[in-house]
Design a protein around this ligand. Structure first.
Ligand code: ZN
Length: 168
């Protein structure tokens, strides 16, 4: 039952993404479709490397450069969104379902939290400052439940390293 629901959601999302690709005038090529289906089914917000690793299982001829180019054209067409974490780019297929990202600064995990209906931070900004937002992304940085459970459950990088830098 759950499996069916999951498949329906994933397939529905992939279908909407492919439709969005067509509307933006982007040709539906096998590599674009493979990456769209992969991202529609992956809630981990994968990096380009892990998108490539998974895509290569299905299309072994797909190079890293092709994956990067495909991801970039999908972003430009608004089919997927990019999360810039500073040290790496992560990718998300949930563009038409408004949600915020919770980024754990300890383990790097990214979780989605749905935004309430009518959440309009762009409207607030426009009314307050006249700023015309073209793109809205809500990101909260902090500690996930597992990492907050304590240093034993998930040691911080400092503790792992002993907390001191030994003078040479
Ligand atoms: Zn997301």
């Amino acid at each position: 039952m759950n499996q069916t629901t999951h498949e329906n959601t994933t397939q529905g999302r992939a279908g909407r993404m492919i439709e969005c690709m067509r509307r933006s005038g982007l040709r539906v090529t096998p590599q674009r479709e493979a990456i769209v289906r992969l991202l529609a089914d992956d809630s981990s917000h994968p990096s380009a490397e892990s998108v490539h690793a998974r895509a290569a299982l299905e299309l072994p001829w797909m190079s890293k450069a092709t994956v990067y180019n495909t991801l970039n054209s999908l972003i430009q067409a608004g089919v997927i969104q990019e999360l810039d974490l500073g040290h790496e780019r992560r990718f998300d297929g949930r563009t038409d379902e408004p949600h915020a990202h919770l980024v754990c600064r300890v383990c790097g995990r990214i979780e989605d939290v749905d935004l309430p209906e009518g959440f309009d931070i762009a409207g607030l900004a426009d009314a307050g400052t006249g700023f015309r937002a073209e793109h809205v992304q809500v990101k909260l940085t902090g500690t996930c439940r597992a990492c907050a459970a304590g240093p034993e459950a998930s040691p911080s990088p400092c503790r792992r390293a002993g907390g001191h830098i030994q003078p040479r």
